[in-house]
Design a protein around this ligand. Sequence first.
Ligand code: SAH
Length: 194
Amino acid sequence: MQIPREEFVPTDLQEQAFQDGPLPIGFGQTISQPYTVAAMAEALRLSPSDRVLDVGTGSGYAAAVLSCLAAEVHSIERIPELAESASQRLRRLGMDNVHVHLGDGTAGLPAYAPFDAIVVAAGAPELPQPYVEQLADGGRIVIPIGSTSTSQSLYRFTRHGDHIQSEDLGPFSFVPLIGKHGWPDDDLSWRQTE
Ligand code: SAH
């Protein structure tokens, strides 16, 4: 309730901002369904002192929700226009503990590691190894993984020392995670149609 979701969707879709569904945000991407954001935030088991890596900033909505539950959020987006508008929006709303970065989030953000929680808003073919390397002991990764780029199971990985525990949290559908440790970037149609 603290986050004005209407501020994170295109002006002509603001009336739909409080429906429980995803909405288009341009460049072939979507703002996640509120239920999905809630399920992922809950699965992260956050503490107020946690440092979070949020992969796939999109509109910045999930980062804004996480910023109320954790100490610091580093959010990374690969599409420059989305990163820029999310960064401006979060600043305007006074969310000073969120930092938006531009780049391939499948590599994580080694300069800001370790993270207590890593959350990925796009579907991966497998768990990117950099996330394991950048996860603090006791840390959690919540990530959709699937063998096709559009249907996934949501997984939670928890680090216990050198052991990584894996849990399947059920089926979800996300846009693909595109990058070095994700799906190849063979669809540039979003660039041509926008
Ligand atoms: N959390 C966002 C959801 C956006 S959809 C929100 O609340 O609005 C997922 C986002 O992941 C898209 O914006 C997409 O461009 C981005 N993405 C896909 N692959 C990525 C990668 N390798 N690194 C960073 N962002 C990526």
